[in-house]
Design a protein around this ligand. Sequence first.
Ligand code: ATP
Ligand code: MG
Length: 247
Amino acid sequence: MKKAFGDHVVLNDLNFTVNKGDRVTLIGPSGSGKTTILRLVMTLEELTDGYIYIDGEPLTHTVRDGKRVELREKHRNHIRQRIGMVFQQFNLFPNMTVMENIIEAPVHVLKMPKKQAVERGRELLAKVGLADKENAHPMELSGGQQQRVAIARALAMDPEILLLDEVTSALDPEIVGEVLEVLRAVARTTDITMLIVTHEMQFARDVSNRVLMFDSGSIVEEASPEVMFTDPQEQRTKDFLAAVLDQ
Ligand SMILES: Nc1ncnc2c1ncn2[C@@H]1O[C@H](COP(=O)(O)OP(=O)(O)OP(=O)(O)O)[C@@H](O)[C@H]1O
Ligand SMILES: [Mg+2]
């Protein structure tokens, strides 16, 4: 696939496959295209060329009579329901309570009965350790709590794929742990496919089975976390990890 913003080509000829149940961590320097990849999968950005397939189905474009054609909005929205994303900046709806945030998409997109959505919401809030916060507004919560709500909100759609973009980067160091613990539990107790962008290398090691090192929109190196973090082969990876782990 290819992604350019104007003349600026961010991803060129990028091609990789994520298997069902994989936990893939994307690492690489700032500007290497990690967020862009997740946003493309979430259809928040338009692909410039090429294709993305979700479980064998084309996401936004397909080939017909040898030509690349765009698929209908309805098709991409349908597939996107199977994908959840959590952002660095929580992105909760500030005017809604925690519970309203969580049930919004299940009720409006999946047409789930409200009562059922609330029940499921309560289960999820318990899971992320916020059973007592369903009526709070995001502003009344700490960053770590807001991020745990955002995780519960993503899980409320029962996603097959979860995209996590530096979900702890905006948090104070002492509350990073509580959010990572929730995500570790999600990884342990579900078979959700995960694409993870993080600077938390220990977390990446614990949770992922593959690590992709990016630079300038290309994959520089791919390895298991054990190999990537202890015995990387490429000089670019060695330099990057030395800089990150030095902080
Ligand atoms: N909306 C946009 N318009 C123009 N350029 C953009 C846009 N979004 C991203 N870019 C450019 O695309 C490149 C890749 O950005 P991206 O955010 O994917 O990097 P990243 O690997 O996530 O970096 P970071 O580690 O800093 O989050 C950068 O050069 C960035 O400036
Ligand atoms: Mg980014």
